[in-house]
Ligand binder design. Structure first.
Ligand SMILES: [Zn+2]
Length: 258
């Protein structure tokens, strides 16, 4: 008999769930579903009006602490209805699925990440609004998977989380990697240019070629010097010969005249 009662209650429960789903959830788009779930979440679990929650939070640690206090209350474990469990699961998933980024030092490749605070989860910041802390862009958003290192209960942990950004912030997110890629491509282009000047040769052969060119130039210079030296010697010899001829001519003249 007891099993019949429990079976009946289970069937009723299932039917109720189905009706509730069809009446309130099916047909909603992602953002409307998000709004509904979080409104329900706030009414089931919120102790105070979310507008009066003290935010923004100062540090990542404070954010974590506040977030945990918010999602892990004793009431959470007390026999909640399926609807409460559903919105709770949705909230928990969201809390650890998306993060908020500090991109103030993006040029050095440093992007700070933290979990979202309650207010941000509810407003959809980092999910339907750009996840850069200082940007509120809602259009042309794209989701990126990023590695998030964080400290929890004295332990260092890592998780792959989603970071949703607009196009402008996505540029900041990939700035350093893009710059590095551009530099390596530039180096590659220069290397290819050198190779096209000396086709079919590697760096070693290229060095040998350069050395050979240098050697040939030195040889040419030495030959030019030798040639100049020969000219000078020739001119000196001509001068000497004309001098000697002058001397002999002067001495022979009296004999010739006599
Ligand atoms: Zn943005």
């Amino acid at each position: 008999m007891a099993s019949f009662v429990s079976l009946r209650s289970e069937i009723f429960d299932r039917e109720e769930r189905k009706q509730q789903y069809q009446a309130h959830i099916r047909g909603l788009n992602a953002y409307d579903r998000h709004k509904k779930f979080l409104k329900d979440y706030a009414s089931f679990y919120g102790k105070e009006d979310s507008r009066t929650v003290k935010l923004p939070v100062k540090t990542d640690r404070d954010t974590l602490r506040e977030g945990y206090r918010f999602i892990r209350t004793e009431e959470d474990d007390m026999d909640p209805s399926w609807e409460q469990r559903l919105v709770k699961r949705y909230y928990d998933k969201l809390f650890k699925e998306y993060c908020i980024a500090d991109m103030s030092q993006y040029k050095t490749g440093k992007i700070g990440l933290r979990w979202r605070a309650e207010k941000e989860v509810i407003s959809g910041k980092g999910q339907f609004i750009c996840g850069n802390k200082h940007c509120d862009e809602k259009d042309d958003l794209a989701s990126y998977e990023v590695n998030f290192s964080y400290s929890e209960a004295g332990e260092n942990k890592q998780a792959l989380v989603k970071l949703v950004t607009c196009e402008r912030c996505a540029d900041k997110l990939h700035y350093k990697r893009r710059k590095e890629k551009e530099q390596s491509e530039k180096r590659e282009r220069e290397e290819n240019k050198r190779k096209s000047l000396f086709p079919g040769i590697g760096q070693g052969v290229l060095m040998k070629q350069i050395m050979t060119v240098k050697g040939a130039r030195r040889e040419e210079k030495e030959k030019r010097l030798q040639f100049q030296l020969m000219i000078i010697m020739l001119m000196m010899m001509i001068t000497l010969m004309s001098f000697l001829r002058g001397c002999f001519h002067d001495r022979l003249l009296p004999y010739l005249d006599g």
